[in-house]
Design a binder for this molecule. Structure first.
Ligand SMILES: C[S@@+](CC[C@H](N)C(=O)[O-])C[C@H]1O[C@@H](n2cnc3c(N)ncnc32)[C@H](O)[C@@H]1O
Length: 273
């Protein structure tokens, strides 16, 4: 057993600040137990015997890799294929008809987690762009967590997780696993090649030259406080092409934030200039 496995309120505050300053996630006081349970695994892995010792360890620049592991451990990665399906309906009816005529299309999923959102976007693009082969289309998937990015890049999903994908599309875009992959589905190359993966921290200036036709930044702002959201939305807006859209999660809203983006419908905003 480890000694000192209690996280004191004082130590918790130091973790709150460390996490907030580095990745923007706001571990409010009521989330102390959640943080304790997520950090415990890292204490066990590193063999460190107290939260204070672990914090000193991860903040040592020589242990940058453990800092990445800590972020992997504390982030919430819940996602699904075709999550919040009204966004994909909106794309199909109001966005894709124009984009399918453009030479170049750039799409960004800014907190893409384990890839379900990215591959859903890819499937809907392939289904709605009849001239795809003559277009230059890229979908960028970014996340802070190297763990989920690795899973996204691998593109292997359980039978349960592919449940929301309509049967016809599942057969068209996935290979059914056999042998040791029984019960799993692998994303086919033709879908995968639309997608690019990159680690990116939304709290830092975006190292991106592209301007995007639309950005998905869904179900991540709920972990950020208001000033962080306001700054992030301004930088996302700057990364959109004129007429481009920002999609956020259904549980999120930009109301009360200063932004140049115009409300279109719940969780959908547009850069109109
Ligand atoms: C709940 S998931 C949402 C996934 C997907 N967008 C969806 O709506 O289904 C939130 C994701 O945000 C990522 N995240 C949290 N803080 C981040 C940051 N500062 N920069 C980039 N990604 C971050 C987490 O690693 C996690 O994968």
């Amino acid at each position: 057993m480890f000694e000192g496995l209690n996280l004191s309120d004082e130590e918790f505050q130091l973790y709150q600040k460390l996490i907030y300053d580095s990745v923007g996630i706001n571990f409010t006081d009521n989330k102390k137990q959640l943080l304790v349970s997520r950090l415990r695994k890292r204490l066990e892995m590193t063999g460190l015997s107290s939260y204070a010792a672990y914090r000193r360890y991860v903040t040592d620049p020589n242990n940058a890799e453990e800092f990445v592991q800590m972020i992997n451990a504390i982030s919430t990665n819940k996602t699904d294929f075709f999550r919040e399906p009204q966004h994909f309906d909106f794309l199909k009816h109001y966005v894709y008809p124009d984009l399918s005529k453009k030479k170049q299309v750039r799409i960004w999923s800014a907190a893409s987690s384990s890839g379900e959102e990215l591959y859903t976007l890819g499937i809907t693009v392939m289904e709605n762009f009849p001239n795809l082969v003559n277009q230059d289309i890229k979908i960028l998937g970014t996340d802070i967590s190297t763990k989920v990015l690795g899973e996204a890049e691998q593109g292997v999903y359980s039978e349960e997780s592919v449940g929301p994908i309509p049967g016809l599309m599942l057969r068209k875009y996935f290979l059914k696993g056999q042998g040791r992959w029984e019960g799993h589905y692998l994303v086919k190359d033709e879908l995968k090649k639309l997608i690019h993966f990159r680690r990116l921290n939304l709290m830092q200036p975006f190292p991106l030259s592209a301007a995007f036709d639309f950005i998905f930044c869904r179900n991540v702002m709920i972990y950020f406080d208001k000033p962080t959201r306001e700054d992030l939305v301004a930088r996302l807006a700057a990364q959109l092409l004129p007429g481009g859209y920002l999609f956020i999660g259904n549980a999120e809203s930009l109301s009360g934030l200063k932004t140049t983006l115009k409300y279109v419908q719940p969780a959908i905003y547009r850069k109109v200039y």
